[in-house]
Design a protein around this ligand. Structure first.
Ligand code: BGC
Length: 430
């Protein structure tokens, strides 16, 4: 995103708008202009984020715009810092009901003088995580362009690896990182190392999957329980449409973790919808984020359960694994598949009709806003930055990035929304 330095006149105008009668010199205004630009980029222009799920999958398009302006003035040392945030929320969708939140910020605050290193720790090697990497890198580039001395590192283990995640966090702490965003594969095991970082005055947030019992400052990501509910609703619809609906029908689940909260919450949300509708959900098969293992397990589950009516892919590569296993078993059309995420390998089977629906996360924004929030904490102070980004902080510590429920029939509309929101896409709808 290109950010122009505001003109001297514009800054003076902004200052007047804030109700300051004080006359400032052109030189003062110019230096304020530079600071405003830096702060504006730090805070970012928030686009395409919000947590709204498909209450009804066939919901009609809704459009609603709400604009809210907040101003906060504080004293930092000898300087008075004024932050004004204008937040425009637009709910308009043909896909589900995603919210587009646009936040423009003008603020003056001294830029941090020391170089900042921000670390992002993911869970496995997969195109899903490459998108988080892209979002984090984009935030870093914008901050650099605005004059911040910042380095963003992105790291993932090959597959689920709790000790490796802890070791990486430890090394970031030892290297004096200025902030860490982590997706903990085990929310309990991560608690002591989060404490250690916070004790060393390094802010820590969780992304993608939460660790609410830890002292992490905030969680930026999907509401996984509700996303699981959306997957369950899509499954019931698929079973109905495919003529597979029947009481007592068996549904299998394939996942990459039996400890990560996102996996557990998705499965719970899913079961809470399909079980009361009369389906029997089998115990999940777990591959520990090894895609080859996921395929083996999917094939073995199909062979062991010839009467299966549905399969749920909990992690990004699980849906494609079910799709391939179903194709190889010659059972296309006889098993309804619902999956998560929208990388190319998720979308192709939707186009061919092998997978009925996917619950697409907006992981680009987990990386992008994760990095911006951590950088802003260094610039404005932890509390101010958290209050700015997290609705109703500190009572609430969650920033819900939202999901879209995508099927063949709304693939094009979804594609257009994703492009409009600025998320990277490696597929086309045709
Ligand atoms: C999950 C991640 C997981 C990824 C694996 C996503 O659906 O949110 O936690 O690492 O799938 O590809």
């Amino acid at each position: 995103m290109y950010v122009e330095l505001p003109s001297c006149e514009k800054v003076m105008g902004e200052i007047e708008k804030l109700g300051f009668n004080r006359k400032i010199s052109r030189r003062e205004a110019l230096s304020t202009a530079a600071k405003v630009a830096i702060s504006a980029v730090v805070a970012g222009v928030v686009a395409g984020v919000g947590g709204y799920y498909a209450g009804s999958l066939a919901a009609p398009p809704v459009t609603k715009t709400v604009t809210e302006t907040r101003t906060e003035t504080r004293t930092v040392g000898a300087a008075t810092v004024t932050m004004t945030a204008t937040e425009t929320k637009t709910v308009t969708s043909t896909v589900t009901s995603p919210t587009t939140v646009i936040r423009t910020v003008t603020a003056t605050a001294p830029a941090p003088t020391k170089p900042l290193k921000i670390g992002v720790i993911g869970k496995s090697v997969h195109p899903y995580w490459s998108v988080v990497d892209k979002g984090s890198a984009k935030a870093g580039e914008e901050l650099k362009m605005a004059g911040m001395d910042i380095t963003v590192s992105f790291w993932v283990p090959y597959k689920e690896d709790v000790p490796a995640q802890l070791k990486t966090m430890d090394s970031y702490i030892a290297e004096g990182y200025a902030g860490i965003a982590v997706a903990p594969s085990d929310p309990d095991a991560i608690i002591p190392v989060i404490r250690k970082a916070l004790d060393a005055k390094i802010p820590v947030i969780t992304i993608d999957t939460d660790a609410p019992k830890s002292d992490r400052l905030a969680y930026l990501g999907t509401d996984n329980y509700m996303a699981g509910v959306a997957a369950g609703k899509a499954m019931l619809e698929a079973l109905q449409k495919m003529g597979l609906a029947r009481p007592g029908g068996k549904i299998a689940m394939g996942t990459g973790s039996l400890t990560a909260r996102n996996s557990l919450e998705r499965m719970q949300g899913f079961k809470d919808v399909v079980e009361p509708a009369g389906y029997k959900v089998l115990e999940p098969v777990c591959d520990y984020e090894d895609a080859a293992k996921a395929l083996e397990l999917a094939a073995a589950t199909l062979a062991a359960n010839p009467d299966l009516v549905g399969a749920f892919g909990v992690y990004a590569y699980n849906g494609p694994a079910w799709a391939r296993a179903v194709e190889e078993a010659g059972k296309v059309g006889k098993i309804a598949i619902v999956e998560f995420d929208a990388t190319k390998e998720n979308i192709e089977p939707i186009k061919t009709g092998v997978i009925y629906a996917t619950v697409a996360q907006r992981q680009y924004f987990m990386g992008y806003y994760g990095v911006k929030l951590l950088a802003l904490m260094n610039q404005w102070g932890w509390e101010s930055a958290l209050k700015f980004y997290i609705p109703r902080y500190p009572a609430n510590k969650i920033f819900d990035t939202g999901v879209d429920v995508v099927k063949k029939e709304n693939l094009k509309a979804y594609y257009e929304e994703v492009v409009a929101r600025g998320e990277p896409v490696d597929w086309t709808p045709d």
